[in-house]
Design a protein around this ligand. Structure first.
Ligand code: NAD
Length: 518
């Protein structure tokens, strides 16, 4: 493969800025051949029974787990996370993820028989089948270099597709490692790999793939949707977030602050469903902020092991975090803890900001960093209103001891995933649709509802009727009478004997008309 060397970004370790081995980019002109090879491998793969495909996918899951240390090393290099964090975030539940994905595939790919009324459709049957789309292009961001692939890779393969992976230019090595493990299990071509930046992603969309699964920013998601639309190929886009947590006075304060810190700071806040806005009822806000700040300042920051937080993954992301914090402070927010670089690589201290107001970027734009912005509220209703003012809508959570009220309030949030007393966790449950509203995009990952990404539905209709259908040509007065009887039946009138007589007459008329052609 002729190639050029991928320089910045993704060429240095976020933890200390030291250089990483360069990675070869894929010349756009070579991408159609990669798709064609995946297509050739896809035909025999799709002919296998689902049970056999499931066993191969299980073998991939096992291999990834067996060789996890290689993957963890790459994640540590490219993301700067600690080994514990990399293990927990991308490997520890892989076996359960695979098993659930297999169970969902058996449900989602099952043919469905269509119930047909006998009178209207005599002798007919129809079944709806799931047909693999062919070759699926998966374009991924850098924040979870494995998981953002596996959520689409596993169901795409289980459905009988070939796949071409396009990792982020920031994390090309982890993506290449995943593709290599796929080669070990499925042979050289079923899962292809394309490396590079925007041009490579764009070229993949146009290289003959049958569908695109994209995860990334809103700006790119719009371009990907438009490009796929031009080419009339289906695409699913899962985009950014600005998740809100609403903390009510009756919450279990200690569990709540641990939960908020977890889902705001996991992966150093570089998570589409990070809690970035915390709306806290005034009576408990002082105590909440004081204890949250104390808890946050006790967390270990990479390179410490086990390491609660790693650095930001790239320089631009660190700049965004710094810009948002600086702007918030300039408008009156108070840094309770953090608010500065760690001094090691792209590290940024976990931060709590109090006194945030609605005009601040920290409450409006995706920050994607380890910053918890607190905004005081008078009531749950005010919290819901403010949470819903966002241009995003991925997860949203209510923290309260009153579970019934909490669930009712959660349902008022304009989000794809509404929670009480937790956040983000459905993202690792393959049975649950991971989806959003507004700028987060309409895409779906996980669950049977995501299968439109991987299969098209084909109807197979079989007619065993020996007679012509009674409404076929030629038309006569009995056809009109038949239509009238059917309409009357629709209004609840008893017309069965009349209908039966008309049906017989119509069949006879058509048969006689056809006989005359002999
Ligand atoms: P990004 O949009 O910059 O890049 C994502 C991928 O798209 C990369 O592989 C990139 O090379 C590729 N790309 C860029 N331009 C392209 C083009 N014109 N055509 C095709 N491909 C192109 O996003 P990022 O900075 O890597 O990721 C961070 C974003 O991802 C955040 O906004 C985050 O919220 C979002 N995200 C969303 C989810 C979710 O499930 N909703 C999950 C993870 C991350």
């Amino acid at each position: 493969m002729s190639s050029s060397i991928l320089r910045l970004p993704g060429s240095t370790r976020p933890s200390d800025g030291s250089p990483l081995e360069p990675v070869a980019t894929t010349p756009p002109g070579e991408i159609p051949a990669i798709v064609a090879r995946a297509r050739a491998a896809q035909h025999p793969w799709s002919e296998l029974a689902l049970g056999a495909r499931s066993n191969k996918v299980r073998a991939l899951g096992r291999l990834l787990l067996e060789r996890r240390q290689e993957g963890i090393d790459l994640l540590c290099q490219e993301m700067g996370r600690s080994p514990t964090d990399s293990l927990m975030l991308e490997f520890s539940s892989l076996d359960k993820f695979v098993e659930m994905a297999v169970a969902i595939a058996h449900r989602a790919l099952r043919p469905t028989r269509v119930p047909l009324p006998r009178l209207e459709f005599p002798g007919k049957s129809a079944v709806i089948e799931a047909v693999p789309r062919g070759v699926i292009g998966i374009i991924a961001p850098w924040n979870y270099p494995l998981v953002n692939f596996s959520k689409h890779l596993l169901p795409a393969l289980l459905s009988g597709n070939g796949v071409v992976l396009k990792p982020s230019e920031h994390t090309p090595r982890t993506g290449a490692w995943l593709a290599a493990r796929c080669r070990d299990v499925f042979g050289p071509d079923l899962v292809g790999l394309v490396q590079g930046r925007a041009e490579a992603g764009d070229a993949l969309i146009a290289a003959g793939v049958d569908a695109i699964c994209f995860t990334g920013s809103v700006a790119t998601g719009r371009k990907v949707s438009a490009r796929a639309g031009e080419l009339l190929i289906p695409s699913t886009v899962e985009l950014g977030g600005k998740d809100a947590a609403i903390v009510l006075s009756d919450c279990d304060l200690e569990r709540t602050l641990a939960g908020i810190a977890q889902w705001a700071l996991s992966n150093a806040g570089q998570d589409c469903s990070s809690i970035e806005r915390v709306y806290v009822e005034k009576p408990i806000c002082d105590e909440f902020v004081r204890r949250l700040a104390k808890f946050v300042s006790s967390l270990s920051v990479s390179p410490a092991e086990p390491g609660d937080l790693g650095p930001l993954q790239n320089e631009r992301q660190l700049q965004i975090v710094e810009e948002h914090v600086a702007e918030a402070v300039s408008k009156g927010a108070r840094v309770v803890v953090g608010g500065k670089r760690t001094g090691s690589g792209l590290g940024y201290c976990p931060t709590v900001l109090d006194g945030c107001t609605d005009d601040m970027r920290i409450l409006r734009e995706e920050t994607f960093g380890p910053v918890i912005a607190v905004r005081r509220i008078d009531s749950a209703e005010e919290g819901i209103r403010l949470a819903n003012e966002s241009t995003y809508g991925l997860n949203g959570s209510i923290w309260t001891r009153d579970l019934k009220r909490g669930a009712a309030l959660a349902r008022q949030l304009q989000v794809g995933v509404a929670l009480v007393n937790n956040h983000s966790i459905p993202g690792i449950i393959p049975w649950v649709p991971w989806t959003g509203v507004k700028g987060t995009g309409p895409g779906i990952a996980n669950s049977e509802y995501a299968y439109g990404n991987y299969v098209r539905r084909r109807t197979v209709f079989v007619d065993r009727n020996k007679n012509p259908d009674p409404w076929w040509r030629p038309a006569d007065e009995n056809l009109h009478a038949l239509g009238e009887a059917l309409a009357q039946r629709g209004l609840g009138r008893f017309v069965l004997p009349r209908l039966a007589g008309l049906l017989l007459k119509r069949v006879k008329t058509i048969r006689e008309a056809v006989k005359k052609t002999a």
